[in-house]
Design a protein around this ligand. Structure first.
Ligand SMILES: Cc1cc2nc3c(=O)[nH]c(=O)nc-3n(C[C@H](O)[C@H](O)[C@H](O)COP(=O)(O)O)c2cc1C
Length: 250
């Protein structure tokens, strides 16, 4: 009765206004709106990342301009790009065409965080085992911590494993050839990588990702847009490396 009486005091225009305010509050408070907002942010980050990409088409340019990248910006890597990069990796030659690879992708935030913590722990263990003088130990720990911090700016990590059960003595070659394909494909799309070994002890990594015993780790690589492309480190003169017909007698 009281309510009905109250309604008489709210003209239709005000009632519509109250409804609109209530609907807006509901939208702000509940998830569909947040999902849309998140989707827009993700989309904007992807568009920005694609615009920034320094892509290359000639295979010669790709080979020359691939660099080991040890620091990334936060731009996302498109899922379709990850697939294309791994697709290229899996065209590499393999002994007996066994194709023994497993490409393990880590891109979930909480798993990247766990990896970051694990890398610090593994590095600390390995430095402590060296029994260095305190100053040197401190310096090594800090250097590693900073290196890891920079590397973990990458939004994606890929671990390359090979199944060693068919050709145990050749599987490593298969793994390395696929890694090179992967790195070149990534470079063509404007992404950086680095063949990472030192901070990724095989046994620890295997435990971390629950790898089966028949898999050997080739390396890990971050994947992402470089914070900046490093300048090329010195490369030997090609003529130092070429030998014609046979080696000189020693
Ligand atoms: C077998 C192998 C192991 C490597 N291990 C590491 C590593 O643990 N950490 C790292 O930062 N770079 C590592 N690298 C990358 C080299 O340091 C890098 O390729 C080299 O300095 C030349 O630079 P570029 O790749 O930009 O031409 C490794 C490369 C290879 C081939």
């Amino acid at each position: 009765m009281g309510f009905a009486k109250h309604r008489e005091f709210l003209p239709i225009g005000q009632r519509v206004l109250v409804c609109c305010v209530a609907a807006s509050l509901w939208l702000v408070a509940f998830s569909p709106f947040h999902h849309d907002l998140k989707w827009c942010e993700d989309k904007a980050a992807i568009v920005e990342s694609q615009a920034k990409a320094e892509k290359l088409e000639s295979i010669f340019d790709v080979i020359r301009h691939r660099r080991s990248v040890r620091e990334y910006d936060s731009a996302p890597v498109l899922e379709e790009d990850i697939r294309l990069i791994l697709d290229m990796a899996h065209y590499a030659p393999t002994a007996g065409n066994v194709q023994p690879w497993r490409f393990l992708i880590i891109k979930e935030k909480e798993n990247l965080q766990r990896l970051h913590e694990a890398l610090n722990e593994w590095w600390t263990d390995s430095v402590k085992k060296r029994n260095l003088p305190p100053e040197q130990e401190k310096e090594a720990l800090e250097r590693g911590r900073q290196y890891i911090q920079r590397l973990m700016t990458a939004p994606v990590f890929i671990f390359i494993f090979v199944d060693t059960s068919v050709y145990p003595e050749l599987a490593m070659y298969d793994g390395c050839l696929a890694v090179e394909n992967l790195m070149l494909a990534a470079r063509a799309l404007g992404y950086g990588t680095v063949f990472s070994t030192t901070f990724f002890p095989e046994e620890k990594v295997r435990d971390f990702v629950q790898a089966p015993a028949n898999l050997a780790l080739i390396c890990a690589t971050p994947l992402g847009r470089p914070k900046h492309w490093p300048t090329m480190p010195p490369k030997k003169d090609l003529d130092e490396l070429i030998v014609r017909e046979r080696f000189e007698k020693q």
